[in-house]
Design a protein around this ligand. Structure first.
Ligand code: RIB
Length: 315
């Protein structure tokens, strides 16, 4: 089983010709509400990208007792995700994300955590037997850090592979003891530089600094520039698939889901990275968060501009 611990949001999405300046009112278009949230997106990506017979996926998180909460829970159930530890919090709004997507497919996101902010260590304790069944536990930073830290300690103590996506970028240093229990840290280049205190352009130094700080393996996602992996067995650069991007929302979540699904299925790390990249490339050719995440079979169907993953270049 793969257990994802994290946020569940309703994304309120508008297309805009460009990002507005401070104080400016712009006309947008194509308003949509789309299930999102980094935790839910990563759980959905794990479920859609698992090979046949692969481990089941469960999500631990919190929803509000509103209409969005009902819709978001139903979306997870429709993916076959175990939601027995998705709690509905009384009198609280579900998490939402206000997302602007510009003509280049770049996004700007503001979140209101709502029920996500109420995920506590008690929820993790209540899910202990579920976590004990997992091979991999996946977390992000859209739920309280105290809970993330508690869950990582528990998962590590139970001998699980721990994957942490430190997103959104933390505003303070993450606890060193927590990072030392992370098997795969998967930041984007901004998050990586903020964590390491290095310049964003020096990805290699950043990844090495993060490994030195305790994480066993660091995968820095670089969007159209690929992935820089500082693995226990060495450093490698993975080229990206060139695609025409329409919306980058949840590309990182899709990479993580593909990587974790492949790893949980017993595939080598290098192949898991390649699958995650391929899935992320697919996702940016579609709109929205969960609406953009491909199913595994789609990755190997004929796809314009997207060939099978190939080169792995030692850096
Ligand atoms: O990573 C993309 C996600 O970030 C969106 O779905 C939004 O909900 C925010 O959590």
């Amino acid at each position: 089983m793969i257990v994802v611990i994290g946020s569940i949001n309703m994304d309120l999405v508008l297309r805009v010709p460009r990002m507005p300046a401070a104080g400016e009112t712009l006309s947008g278009s194509a308003f949509r509400t789309i299930p999102g949230g980094k935790g839910a997106n990563q759980a959905v990506a794990c479920a859609r990208l698992a090979a046949g017979g692969a481990p089941a996926v469960a999500l631990i998180g919190c929803l509000g007792d509103d209409g969005f909460g009902d819709t978001l829970r139903a979306a997870l159930v429709a993916e076959g995700i175990d939601v027995s530890h998705v709690s509905t919090m009384t009198g609280v709004a579900s998490g939402i994300a206000s997302i602007l997507v510009d003509a280049n497919g770049q996004n700007s996101i503001v979140i209101a955590g709502g029920a996500n902010d109420l995920l506590t260590p008690a929820h993790i304790d209540a899910a202990r037997s579920l976590i004990a069944q997992a091979s991999i536990v996946v977390l992000q930073l859209e739920t309280p850090l105290v809970t993330v830290e508690y869950a990582i300690n528990l998962a590590h103590a139970l001998g699980k592979i721990v994957v942490l996506n430190p997103a959104p970028a933390p505003t303070a240093d993450l606890p060193a003891a927590m990072l030392a229990r992370v098997d795969y840290l998967i930041p984007n280049e901004i998050e990586a530089a903020m964590l390491a205190g290095t310049a964003p352009q020096d990805v290699a130094a950043t990844a090495v600094a993060l490994r030195t700080s305790g994480c066993r393996n660091v995968l820095v996602t670089l969007g159209a520039k690929g992935v820089h992996a500082a693995l226990a067995e060495g450093t490698r650069a993975f080229a990206a698939h060139p695609v025409a991007a329409v919306d980058s929302t949840a590309a990182g979540d899709t990479f993580i889901g593909g990587f974790v699904a492949a790893l949980a299925g017993g595939e080598p790390v290098v192949d898991a990275i390649a699958l995650g990249q391929r899935a992320a490339a697919w996702s940016v050719t579609r709109h929205g968060a969960q609406s953009s995440i491909p199913h595994r079979h789609e990755l190997f169907d004929a796809a314009p501009g997207l060939s099978r993953p190939t080169t792995v270049c030692p850096s």
